[in-house]
Design a protein around this ligand. Structure first.
Ligand code: DGY
Length: 324
């Protein structure tokens, strides 16, 4: 019998996924669920055939320079891979895979949840009731902003943005506008009732809600800066379920504090898991702990997808979700 490939799993995964991993591979699980940090990741690269990693693992060029390198594949649990230096991985001969598609619907739900929460003051209202401060219904109490029929501006028009557009247009009768440097097929755009804008600035100027759906790359770092925030309508809201460093968090805090924009719904942060203390003190921002894909069903699907990529790779086939 040939030895099963050794896989180091960097974080706790849903039990059913861990069980299957342990059946099919010589899996080293992370039962304490503590992030491995640089030294632990390097150890994993030296002792395993594969590392099943995720967004909390900073796999930069230095970490990936581990010697002697034994691992041949990084199977990422998650669709985003900005935590992996792809050029360094490629130069070390490492294959990298991710888990697209399976988390599209949940992440779109998360964006809609944030949009509703911030516009209808859901977080604030919940804190109000829990604090015992509610004195009863009255016509002028805690008035929010209507969502139905408004204009939603999407930054990017990939899978998740399209799922948000379907919900917003079909469910809330919103007009959807977007900008994406890679134009989606015209039939997709018309099915969604969406209309493109020539520049991102146009989207920021026209939308009542701007929702971010672009990857984190050097080009998109601080794409939402003080200048773009000033382009937004005073009553507009920013929603971020993409990646924290797409937004200049200091500029956002200033815009929320001085009323440049009405509010923001954030699932991701520039220095995650650190959240700027100034955000914690603002009522017009809803703060969630990177929950985009956080349902039992989806986290299992992500795990199986990461596992399938490993199985394909070690059987000599091309993994379905190969990134490099
Ligand atoms: C993803 O899949 O990229 C999510 O943000 C979780 O990491």
């Amino acid at each position: 019998m040939t030895a099963r490939p050794r896989v180091v799993v960097t974080r706790r995964l849903p039990a059913a996924v861990e069980e299957r991993l342990s059946r099919e591979f010589e899996a080293k699980l992370n039962r304490d669920d503590r992030p491995l940090e640089a030294a632990g990741l390097q150890q994993a690269l030296r002792e395993s055939d594969a590392v099943l990693c995720t967004v909390t693992d900073r796999l930069n060029a230095e970490v990936l320079s581990a010697e002697p390198l034994k691992a041949r594949i990084l199977s990422n649990f998650g669709v985003g891979f900005n935590h992996i230096d792809l050029a360094a991985a490629k130069s070390r001969g490492l294959v990298v895979t991710n888990t697209p598609e399976v988390l599209t619907e949940d992440t779109a739900d998360d964006a809609i949840m944030l949009m509703l929460m911030v516009a209808r003051r859901g977080g604030e209202g919940e804190r109000h009731v829990r604090a015992g401060a509610w004195t009863g219904w009255r016509p002028t109490h805690m008035l929010g902003t209507k969502v139905s029929g408004k204009t939603l501006g999407l930054v990017g028009m990939g899978r998740i943005a399209r799922a948000v557009a379907r919900r917003a247009h079909g469910g809330f009768g919103m007009q959807v506008i977007f900008h994406d440097p890679v134009a989606p097929p015209p039939n997709v755009v018309s099915e969604l009732g969406a209309s493109p804008r020539g520049t991102l600035d146009d989207v920021f100027r026209e939308a009542d809600f701007v929702s971010l759906h672009c990857p984190a790359t050097p080009e998109t770092r601080h794409l939402v800066d003080a200048r773009r925030l000033k382009l937004m309508k005073q009553g507009a809201f920013l929603i971020n379920t993409a990646r924290g460093d797409v937004v200049d968090e200091a500029a956002l805090i200033a815009a929320l504090a001085d009323g440049t924009i009405a509010g923001a719904g954030l699932d991701v942060y520039e220095r995650e898991p650190k959240v700027s203390p100034e955000l914690l003190g603002l009522e017009n921002v809803v703060l969630l702990p990177h929950l985009g894909s956080a349902t039992r069903e989806t986290r299992e699907a992500m795990g199986y997808r990461a596992l399938e990529n490993l199985t394909a790779f070690f059987s000599g086939a091309q993994p379905r979700d190969r990134v490099v």
